[in-house]
Design a binder for this molecule. Sequence first.
Ligand SMILES: [Zn+2]
Length: 1002
Amino acid sequence: MMGLRFLTIFSLLSLPCAYAATQARGGEILDYTLRVSIDIPASRITGVAKIPVKSGQEIKLNRGTLHLIEILLEGQKIAFPRQEEIVRIFPSRQGVMEIRYAGTFNFPKPPEGAIAQGAMNVPSDVVDGRGIFLTGIWYPQPDQMCHYHLTATLPDGYEAISEAETIRKTTNDGQTIFSFAFPHPLDSIHLTATNRYAIVQDHFNGIEIFAYFFHEDAGLAQTYIQNTKRYLRLYESLIGRYPYKRFSIVENFLPTGYSMPTYTLLGKEVVRLPFIVETSLGHEILHQWFGNLVYVDTAKGNWSEGLTTYLADHLYEEQKGLGFQYRKDLLIDYQSYVNDKNEFPLKDFQARTDFASKAVGYGKAAMVFHMLKSLIGQTAFYDSLKYFTAEMRFKKASWADLQRAFDKNSAKDLSWFFNQWVDRRGLLDLRIEDVRIKPREGKFEVRLIITQKKGIYEADLPVVFYSAAGKTRNLFHLNKEKNSLTVLLDDIPSRVVVDEDYDIARRLTPGEFPPVIARLIGDEEKMIALPTSRAEVYESVIDIFRKSGAAVRESKDITDADLRSASWIILGAQNPLAEKLYGAIKEEGGFTITIKEDPWNSSKVVGIIQAQSQEETDAAFAKIFHYGRYTHLSFDHGRNVHRQVAESGRGMAKDLAKEPIAVDPAKVKSLPEVIDHVASKKIIYVGETHNRFSHHVVQLEIIKNLHRKGKKVAIGMEMFQRPVQKVLDDYVAGKVDERDFLKKSEYFRRWGFDFNLYRPILQFARSEHIPVVALNIPKEIVDKVARSGLASLTGEEKKDVPTGMDFSDAAYKERLEKVFQEHEALRDRPFDFFYQAQILWDEAMSESIDTFLRKQPGYQMVVLAGNGHLAHGSGIPRRTMRRNGYDYAVVLNDVEIEKNVATYVVYPGVVEMEGPPKLMVSLREEEGKVTIEGFSQESVSQKAGLQVGDTILALDQTPIQSVDEVRIDLLSRKKGEKIRVKILRKNLITGDKELEFAVALQ
Ligand SMILES: [Zn+2]
């Protein structure tokens, strides 16, 4: 068998086809004469088939749902099994067998839930008022090829089309009789007719061209005819003469994109779409060669869809310079829809039945032809196809026949290639393991290690090196798990990109794989987060996804394990899950879907669906399945008004050296100028490296300056955690002294950097009564999240977690991942937890800023935090912006200049700060006792007579019960100052003694 009908890949709408392949047929070619008449109101066909047979020759007929009235041999009735679907007959003598039959074809209902899997639901046979569409078992069908002679009797006014070199039409007594002549063997024949066709005729290069469009679409005929000529010209030059005398473009009342010998059937829904003539029409015309001239031996694998896709849809994009994008899209589809469970090798592809089989049989197969062309060269590639088409005309061909043609014309043994790509399932899975550059004789030797992760494939991998001088392209042969590739370059490369044009059928790396609708549809593990209100608006969404296996959850019941294990459908912008993952979601009108990365699992995605009303949902939702390659869609009453794909990387890229950037020293600004520029911003973030005093001097300068300008300034500080706000307020108000403040705020335990670094800022705030806001959340919570994730927090701890958190800043995540990789100490924990802790930290601080400014809208805030929380606006600034929309400036200290890293980067000169004097002891604190554990070298305390094990009771007159108290006491002292240290020394024999020593502080 070959199904002589083929499906089109449309870039937006894909036309459905319900055909499974029929059984392979062999044996000799029968002569089959078929006369049918059709009763349209009754949806009924009656027919007579005549087949000359020989004695004892087995005739196997598929009767499908037909009623076989009688079978005669040379006018004599013969017995046959009436119950079987496949009727086997062994004629007792030579003669003409005549089969009288009838059949009824109503329009069957499509199966439920089919749409969400991309299943096709066009019936194979329909006879009703819209027209006649017969492509299934509408006549008793032999399991072997036949020369068909079809005659159809239809009511007047009908125009009919079937496989035919010539069509004869006679009218008689209110009826029209069509006779179709086709001189080549076919495995089955089809018939389409309506009483609404306007026929336009033209010709090209000896070929009659007909356009059968419905009266209302007749204006399209010329466009289709002209484009048909264009495609015939193209393919005659690439592959060989068009095989028939006529070609017809036929509009169908069903949504098909089929190609039969001598005609194509295009659905009414699509013929008006402008891209159909640009893509699908050419695809169907090319099937006249691949599928309709050379038949497909489907049981051995259908090669024709991949080849047709490659030389039609792909070629048209390639001609526009967008071949790489088309190939990448094929790989995105493959990775979205194909998984370990539904993946199969090309030899097992027969017809598309869903998104996954299409991604293999069309997509992967097209990639295979692309790799084959690269391997043997363009000339040998087209020579092979010309040879193949000529050798196999009107015969059934398999992948093996294709290989023979390619072997012969390329003078190569391509067995390995066909084994690898046709018999094996899967794609290459590559990683750039390492890149090393070393200078050699005035050049640069670059060594690249590429590993194959899932099976070993052989392939020629294109690798491009970028440098200031341009790009250099190399091909490297891969054939092992670990491949070492070396190249000598004139210029030092700044970047290496592997397979940037998607010439290899491989899995995409995370950076190349954008969040798109296909990934949501294709994920077998889906979950739905119900909205907290207006659930009825999303009824059909819930229904369809539930039928395709999605679990349904109330937002409050969703666990972190759920978030990691599935792709999510979040219903409604106000959904608490959306807020938890992405902060606030912008509300949109109509019906929209937005796909985002799942911050809990980068291999999963989250789809946020919003709808204004149930009507909007019902008008638009089913359409999203045609837009698998998009990230965002918005519909207005079912009409797509916006669509967008998220950006993703091109090729597997690795930066080898940062690109040099330059600043213009003539434009350098002074700090006062910087302050003038940022002074009007509601929030001014000033970054720091915590232990650099000069950075704190810059911070203080900015605060003082604004204060002097008469602004109402508040200071937000990362260094203090929210629970100490009261103490901080008391300190600024002068109600407690510094000593009490430090003690009660647990400054040394919670922050720990030398207090002198921040002391001038806090003293200024105190003297000028400038509010200081504790931004941070308790260290214990952040530490716990970094250790064991957000999910580990108790109900009580969760109260401190901000409600809106946005995990979607991919660039920030990437920078944090770099930090994580560089710190050995962090790496015994999962990066996920580290990332959650960072976001929690940033979100909490941004929430604190927002809370203060809501209560005190008259204030401007200077926020002091580590450079890392502010760079590129990623950590705190943009999150605060999300909350309140206030404009801001970011001033960073001493960071490397990068584009958009900050509003300004300040480079203060080094400012020496004298730290507090030291006792030069190490102390242990236990139950209110501070004991000496050891001494540093040349310790002044040891010299003065203190010993290990001594408990410090007081410094001068101040009693000591904690290490903090020691630190606080030393803060206000000077080097060289003498201090009386009162201690308790234990002695088992002489008894414990209180002693006092004078220590000169160092
Ligand atoms: Zn096709």
